[in-house]
Write a protein that binds this ligand. Structure first.
Ligand code: GAL
Length: 918
């Protein structure tokens, strides 16, 4: 298939985008029609952009989207559940480009009388950066996806420009991307779209000096029609301006064109952007009926009489020429007028359907529908839609039913950053995260709080994760001074429809969320009315799925939950700030609330869209250990504000949160609840509560580098009851604690454990109902060996040993994969361990390690999972954090061979690892 893709299944053909931006090679689709261009091409233009960001203190150009409110006093130092304040009305005093940008969203405004009309004129035409002859040779050369902030440096201190909330990295500012694209002569007559999967933020695009349009919200995908401004048979100059405001987010947003960018080349008559919608109508064992709705548009000047037909293939077979479709639709004849649209519908019966469902009990089987448009026997378009056949039911008394099977939701929340790689999307990095989550028993992801890269949904479709796709963290009421509330009134409809239209064929998406903890929870009927309005837009785009918005504040008697199909609770289920120390606080306090919501809404499913917000730093154990099930964090109580670390006894949470155990207990007591999404799966950049001076969060079950905290095993023990496992904490290197009480906690999927210290039994304990860990809280430390023997139903089930190690003596490197693809995107994640002479990881070793690389690979980043580490990610010198560090290596494009990564540290034996790039 080479370099050209069609439809929205692009990466199916090439796992890691082996494509380059060479856009002159064509292949013919039709054997009878030599030299005819393919009906549709999707061409990556990720490579070789020029990039310029205004330096600090430099006055950027005034080609602004709109005026933003001036910040008088920045109260960004805030906790996550602070009450959002009223949005501010900002009056534009300057000339702004917004009127030229708003029409880009017209296709997503249902009421055509409200479509924006482009004003006369061409703002920016005299600005050098948009001009074709501007000399950009001194600009930085970059490939997309590109995150301009991730290389750092980190900004430290209380008064840093970018604060802890947004990750202390230089995300803010205005920058330009430029790229020359050569458009072949024989594309004339074609329609050429620019498809941007995500740019952070306020994107405005010029082509050959003409302002084409743009899209402000950084998390959506969007399309512009370049055709009117293109020179066919010549060089064309794209110039994209981004403006990423400070104080615009509660987490690290990244900056730049951080997702894939494509040219889509079609005939004037073609399937519209995200123009198919496939839904399952009926399933039985012999056949499934799926409905396919197709929107076809005609950007040309001639009426076209067309025939439309869709063939369905098994996903694995669509590229195998010897395989025929499993079903073909009836041929539909219709006409589409110039600049017009037409809608075609078919019901297709698929024999012996293979259903999409979440593992381990089901398989995520996929299909591909190929929709073809013909005119006088010549093919005008060929559009691919990846889809799955499945039945989702919501039962208010038991939760989620997928294909007739009750599936408890064992989910996590994930932000969009990929740790040391930042926001720049990378398929392998996302796949690695999902693999680790799956190992834990996780079956669902909430995309907090914005739509992900399309390739992430391709992964969740293929791997069988259930997904809540979410659009906003705020509506009209702000959470931070420059967040989405500034553009909500003019963009909410376009952004909601764009998300739903793009993702509605993904079988993994089982629920739409149109808001997270929005301020409108507080505004009674008014907020509820807005919620109903947004829900109606979602339903108008997709009547097949339910909708929700997450509530940390709204209670059963308030109007807000009435507006939701599914009750999504953040923290309220297990209770908020119940600890007596919060008596009298003005912050949100709630008793465990599942039952109250169930009583009020007996016909609605309840799920917890956020639970826990428990915190820990991998490998850090602080004493004394609370004897409670769940505790807030303070110095001397699970916290160490000096070193900015939280204890890994996994009993400590943000003030409004709860330990995993407490959440499990409340869920088990309320079996009508569909399940939980833990806050959160992987640590993320920004929001480093409780230590604002850090760079990244403490709430992940897995640290920023992808290393498992102890909590991983607490979830695994509960979520994978059939996997024999047992895990001991803490490590057993405590020379300063000899003779002191050092509690030992054990997580197991068994029901009983006998613990031994140096061969002597410390007793056999059994988990009682609503207990998820076994605790030996009075162990007196002596060096040696801890051994846990786990039993299930009285029979041996699993065992593990933790030993006091010797001195650190050598380094050990292990790659997650020893063969990677030489395509410029694929990655190897190398774990670095500091071990003693017997190969045991030395728990508290934090040595400085120097990395080097030979062969066709690049060290893109290093990390260690320490939220307080301010070493810039690209650094090849990094301290280990509690025995571990990470090196991320990217394969260079089209250069095969052996990559050798070496690690050196003074006083330790060096190590190497080899990776093949092919
Ligand atoms: C929640 C919020 C999340 C995150 C989390 C941190 O209230 O929805 O986005 O801030 O708290 O604990």
């Amino acid at each position: 298939m080479g370099l050209f893709y069609s439809g929205n299944c692009a990466s199916r053909f090439s796992r890691y985008y082996t494509i380059t931006a060479i856009i002159f090679l064509f292949f013919s689709c039709s054997s009878s029609d030599q030299k005819v261009l393919p009906a549709r091409q999707k061409i990556s233009i990720n490579r070789d952009w020029k990039f310029y960001k205004y330096k600090e203190g430099e006055q950027p150009d005034d080609l602004i989207y709109d005026v933003r409110p001036e910040l008088k006093q920045v109260a960004e130092l805030r906790v996550a559940d602070s009450r959002p304040t009223q949005a501010e009305k900002v009056k534009a005093r300057q000339v702004v480009l917004k009127p030229w940008i708003l029409p880009s969203g017209n296709a997503f405004i249902k009421d055509s009388s409200k479509h924006f009309v482009r004003p006369e004129g061409n703002p920016g035409e005299n600005f050098p950066f948009v001009k074709i002859d501007f000399d950009d040779t001194s600009w930085q050369q970059v490939n997309l996806p590109h995150d301009w902030a991730i290389t750092g440096p980190f900004q430290e201190g209380w008064d840093s420009e970018v604060g802890g909330g947004m990750g202390r990295l230089p995300v803010n500012g205005v920058a330009w991307y430029r790229k020359k694209i050569v458009i072949p002569e024989d594309w004339s007559g074609k329609t050429v779209f620019l498809d941007v999967d995500g740019a952070m933020s306020y994107a405005m695009v010029w082509l050959n000096g003409y302002l084409v349009g743009g899209w402000p919200y950084g998390y959506n995908s969007w399309r512009l029609d370049l055709t009117p401004y293109l020179v066919f048979g010549g060089v064309n100059q794209l110039a994209i301006r981004l403006d990423n405001p400070n104080y615009s987010s509660r987490w690290y947003p990244g900056g730049g064109i951080y997702r894939n960018v494509w040219l889509t080349v079609v005939n004037p008559v073609h399937v519209a952007q995200w123009g198919t919608f496939i839904s399952t109508e009926h399933i039985d064992s012999a056949k499934a009926s799926v409905k396919i709705k197709i929107d076809i548009e005609n950007t040309g000047n001639r009426k076209a009489d067309i025939e439309v037909v869709t063939s369905v293939f098994a996903f694995e077979e669509v590229d195998l020429p010897e395989k025929s479709p499993v079903a073909v639709s009836q041929l539909k004849e219709t006409s589409v007028f110039p600049k017009g649209k037409v809608h075609v519908e078919n019901v297709i019966e698929i024999p012996n359907p293979r259903l999409w469902g979440p593992p381990p009990t089901q398989e995520p089987k996929l299909y591909v529908a190929i929709t073809e448009i013909f005119q006088n026997k010549s093919r005008l378009d060929r559009y691919e839609t990846r889809f799955g056949i499945r039945q989702i039911e919501f039962n208010p008394d038991s939760g989620l039913i997928v294909n007739g099977e009750h599936i408890p939701i064992r989910g996590v929340n994930q932000h969009h950053d990929l740790g040391a790689l930042g926001a720049a999307f990378n398929t392998r990095a996302a796949e690695r995260q999902l693999e680790i989550l799956r190992e834990m028993g996780c079956n669902a992801i909430r995309m907090a709080h914005n739509p992900p890269a399309p390739e992430l949904l391709e992964l969740t479709d293929k791997m069988g994760f259930l997904v809540i796709d979410e659009i906003f963290d705020c509506w009209e009421m702000k959470k931070t001074p420059h967040d989405f509330h500034l553009i909500f009134p003019e963009w909410f409809e376009q952004d909601i429809r764009a998300m739903v239209r793009r993702d509605k064929n993904c079988p993994s998406v089982f629920l739409w969320s149109f808001g997270n903890e929005v301020g409108e929870q507080y505004t009674g009927e008014e907020g509820a009315a807005l919620a109903r309005k947004l829900a109606a837009i979602v339903k108008d785009e997709d009547p097949t799925r339910l909708t929700t918005a997450s509530m940390n504040y709204a209670q059963p008697h308030m109007p807000f939950p009435e507006a939701l199909d599914v009750i999504s609770l953040n923290y309220q289920g297990e209770g908020i700030r119940q600890d007596p120390m919060f008596e009298g606080t003005e912050r949100i306090r709630r008793p465990p609330s599942y039952q109250a919501f169930h009583d009020k809404f007996p016909n609605k499913v309840i799920l917890s869209s956020e639970t826990a917000s428990a915190m820990s730093s991998r490998g850090v154990y602080l004493f004394p250990v609370t004897d409670k099930l769940s505790s807030p964090i303070r110095d001397g109580m699970g916290g160490d504000s000096k070193n900015r670390q939280v204890s890994s006894y996994e009993l400590y949470a943000v003030d409004f949160g709860s330990s995993a155990d407490k959440v499990f207990r409340e869920l088990e007591k309320h079996p009508f609840v569909a399940g939980e999404f833990v806050w959160n799966g992987f640590d993320y950049l920004g929001e480093p509560t409780p230590y604002y001076l850090s760079r990244s969060s403490y709430t992940g079950i897995i640290d920023l580098a992808g290393f498992k905290k102890d909590r991983f095993y607490l979830y695994q023990a509960h979520w994978r009851p059939d996997l024999p496992m047992v895990h001991i904490l803490p490590h057993w290197n405590w020379p300063e604690r000899v003779g002191k009480i050092t509690p030992v906690h054990v997580f197991t999927s068994g029901d009983e454990v006998e613990l031994f210290l140096n061969g002597k039994s410390l007793g056999r304990k059994r988990k009682n109902k609503f207990e998820y860990r076994l605790r030996w809280d009075n162990v007196i430390y002596e060096p040696g060996e801890l051994k846990a023997l786990a039993f299930k139903n009285g029979k041996p089930w699993a065992q593990t040993v933790v030993k006091t190690t010797g001195e650190a003596s050598k380094l050990r490197l292990t790659a997650d994969r020893n063969v990677i693809e030489a395509n410029g995107y694929d990655l190897a994640f190398i774990t670095v361990e500091i071990v003693d002479k017997d190969g045991l990881v030395v728990p508290r070793s934090n040595h400085e390690i120097v990395f080097s690389i030979e062969g066709p690979g690049t060290i893109v980043a290093t990390d260690n999972g320490n939220p307080a580490d301010m070493t810039a990610f690209p650094s090849k010198v990094r301290n280990a954090f509690n025995g571990l560090a990470l090196v991320i290596v990217r394969a260079e494009p089209e250069k095969t061979g052996t990559i050798v990564v070496s690690a050196n540290s003074s006083g330790l034996k060096a190590a190497k690892v080899k990776i093949k790039s092919k």
